[in-house]
Design a binder for this molecule. Structure first.
Ligand SMILES: [Zn+2]
Length: 336
């Protein structure tokens, strides 16, 4: 597109470039990979309202990822799963009646409200206790719907415990080790489902590396990882921290199944998908990252992929067991 460049003082062709920019969101500096219009001749940044608006909404979505805030659609899903109206959910949580309505229209929830909603969504015992305390605030019909929804939830506590351990382990690491995203095991599990479905009989060791490449490539392109997982330097390449627990979580939650397999003299495991891949969970940009990683590594043997990952700076410059900073994403060699 063309426009007036204030520096050249004439009409010039503008070009869009991508660069890191920081925007304040709720008083916090949020860094994104922004689109910026520049003069094609002198390189000066030129202001464009539409482009600036896109960047601002990117900064908002980055803020959501960083804080692990639920989006409007997710909040609506949680509410409907329990058969609640907006007013009814607010009553159970002890919030003012209009709060849920505002969140479902796109307002950013506070971190405290968000945590309470996440707990309400994942911890059935907690949801039940809130319901028992406040059922009288609901209408007859709504009360019956919630009772029915709660009755059909069976709490299996083992994956819940694993998930709590992993989340607290990952959350203890700084933003640069989580790729500026709050850890989300279900996203990590969906990424595994994606690769397991597209690569029949994939070796576990290969899958773990593809997860690493996906999270790091996503960070390289968007300054935000895909799952918020922490990765560390393992004997055979980069893997999610506590990867055995991660796999156990995915298996217990029936995302994937592990099958023993012998590779010549070596015993290993292959991964099969159990759940359907839920593309809705990911942005188009994230789906593109998964597709690119798939295309690049699909036909590599686990050994070849292992060797490639050993040449990455994130691996050569870290020690055994050490977490790998997402800043190394900017130096990935095998994929861009
Ligand atoms: Zn110019």
């Amino acid at each position: 597109m063309k426009g007036f460049c204030p520096k050249c003082e004439t009409e010039r062709e503008f070009v869009k470039i991508r660069k890191e920019e920081t925007y304040p969101v709720k008083g916090e500096p949020i860094t994104i990979m922004a689109n910026v219009l520049t003069c094609g001749t002198c390189g000066t940044d030129v202001f464009d309202e539409a482009v600036d608006g896109e960047n601002l909404s990117l900064a908002y979505s980055q803020y959501r990822k960083q804080k692990g805030l639920l989006g409007p659609e997710e909040i609506k899903k949680i509410r409907e799963r329990y058969g609640l109206s907006q007013r009814g959910l607010a009553a159970l949580l002890g919030w003012s009646p209009a709060t849920i309505a505002r969140y479902e229209l796109g307002s950013l929830p506070s971190v405290a409200h968000n945590d309470q909603l996440c707990r309400f969504s994942k911890d059935v015992a907690y949801a039940r206790s809130l319901f028992e305390a406040s059922a009288s605030k609901l209408g007859n019909l709504e009360r019956k719907r919630v009772e029915k929804a709660l009755g059909s939830c069976r709490a299996d506590s083992v994956p819940e415990k694993i998930s709590r351990i992993l989340l607290s382990l990952y959350s203890r690491h700084g933003e640069s080790l989580r790729g500026r995203r709050r850890p989300d095991l279900d996203r990590l599990a969906e990424m595994a489902v994606f690769f397991a479905a597209k690569c029949p009989g994939i070796a576990k060791s290969k899958l773990l590396k593809m997860l690493w490449y996906s999270d790091f490539l996503c960070y390289r392109r968007t300054l935000c990882s895909m799952s918020g997982a922490v990765y560390c330097h393992n004997y055979f390449g980069p893997v999610p921290l506590a990867h055995d627990l991660v796999m156990a979580y995915m298996e217990r939650m029936q995302f994937i199944a592990l099958k023993p397999q012998s590779y010549g003299e070596v015993e290993g495991e292959t991964v099969e998908p159990v759940a359907e891949f839920e593309a809705d969970l990911f942005s188009p940009q994230e789906l593109k990252v998964l597709e690119d990683v798939l295309r690049k590594f699909k036909s590599c043997s686990p050994t070849v992929l292992g060797k490639m990952s050993h040449k990455e700076r994130g691996y050569t410059e870290t020690q055994l067991g050490e977490p790998i900073s997402y800043e190394y994403a900017m130096t990935l060699k095998a994929i861009e």
